[in-house]
Design a protein around this ligand. Structure first.
Ligand SMILES: [Zn+2]
Length: 64
């Protein structure tokens, strides 16, 4: 992840809140040194399941 200004290379940058759209996340970022603004765009690279569903849970989903 790049953590410097794409215009002047300064690390004196700060981002707003992250907005997630489908598999893409966008964050508006600004540079305090050169006053430029840009959007960092993150894409979903993978999903890792950390808790597999129990059989009971799967059954309840299928009944709906
Ligand atoms: Zn800058």
């Amino acid at each position: 992840m790049k953590n410097d200004c794409p215009c002047c290379g300064s690390e004196n940058i700060s981002g707003d809140s992250v907005e997630i759209l489908d598999s893409e996340a966008r964050q508006s970022v600004g540079c305090a040194d050169c006053a430029s603004e840009w959007v960092d765009v993150y894409t979903l690279s993978r999903r890792e399941v950390i808790a597999a569903p129990t059989l009971d849970h799967v059954g309840s989903i299928q009944r709906i």
